[in-house]
Design a protein around this ligand. Structure first.
Ligand code: SF4
Length: 238
């Protein structure tokens, strides 16, 4: 669907603005930001799970607890995103420890004072570096702090890695009485029948007390192609 819209509305070329990208089917904040940064070299904070974890640990000294990205996390990501001055190949990067530039430089070059390549956009390199650091070094459960290139700048390590690996406890969805339960009951009843057999509608109606919910669930199973509704009853698709 996304490809069709790009073909029809944008003459086969991905649009270049955040608003246009996020209006495409299936493209959310993360994908739009990643495309703008990695494909179009735009200065934009990419926020995925790895980046959230690294930023929270390094700059705030606490675990990112998961769930939806908070405004504070987004503000932190924007604040730390390096500016996009293009540095010449001979330009030294200021050694201002603790700044985003310092950390990205350390991240890329293994902690040694170093230089950025000509034409390299710091914000793009930053997004890639922080994402990679979170994927291979600063992992959720077992961060490799002993070999981490930015260990000297990490507030989380300095604080003794408080609450390492802790996540927000998600409220469990109640199962009893949900459509999921009703759909499961209908499918289970059909699976108990011999192959190709039909469950009479009056028997199906006994599966659940709330007849309106039951009818809606039977209709949704039919919509999903998981059952067939016949004149006299229900059956699994042949
Ligand atoms: S020192 Fe440890 S916690 Fe801090 S960024 Fe590196 S791996 Fe992550």
């Amino acid at each position: 669907e996304c490809a069709r819209v790009v073909a029809e509305d944008y003459a086969d070329k991905l649009p270049r603005t955040y608003d246009e990208l996020t209006a495409l089917p299936g493209i959310g904040d993360y994908t739009a930001s990643a495309v703008m940064s990695f494909a179009f070299d735009e200065r934009i904070a990419v926020i995925d799970t790895n980046i959230r974890r690294v930023l929270s640990r390094v700059f705030l000294g606490v675990e990112s607890r998961g769930g939806a990205t908070s405004p504070a996390e987004r503000a932190l990501a924007n604040r730390m995103l390096p500016k996009d001055e293009i540095l010449g190949c001979d330009a030294d990067v200021a050694d201002n420890a603790g700044s985003a530039e310092h950390v990205v430089n350390s991240t890329i070059r293994g902690g040694k004072r170093s230089r950025l390549h000509r034409g390299e956009r710091p914000s793009v390199t930053w997004n890639q570096s922080v994402m990679e650091l979170g994927a291979v070094i600063c992992t959720a459960k077992s961060p490799l702090c002993d070999t981490c290139p930015i260990a000297d700048d990490c507030a989380f390590l300095k604080a003794g890695r408080p609450g390492l690996g802790e996540r927000r406890t998600r409220p469990r969805q109640r199962f009893q009485g949900t459509d999921r339960q009703v759909r499961g009951l209908v499918l289970a009843a059909l699976r108990e029948l011999p192959a190709g057999a039909t469950l009479p509608r009056e028997d199906a109606d006994k599966l659940w007390k709330d007849q309106i919910q039951l009818a809606a669930c039977i209709a949704s199973l039919d919509d999903d192609g998981l059952i067939e509704i016949l004149d006299g009853g229900l059956r699994l698709p042949s």
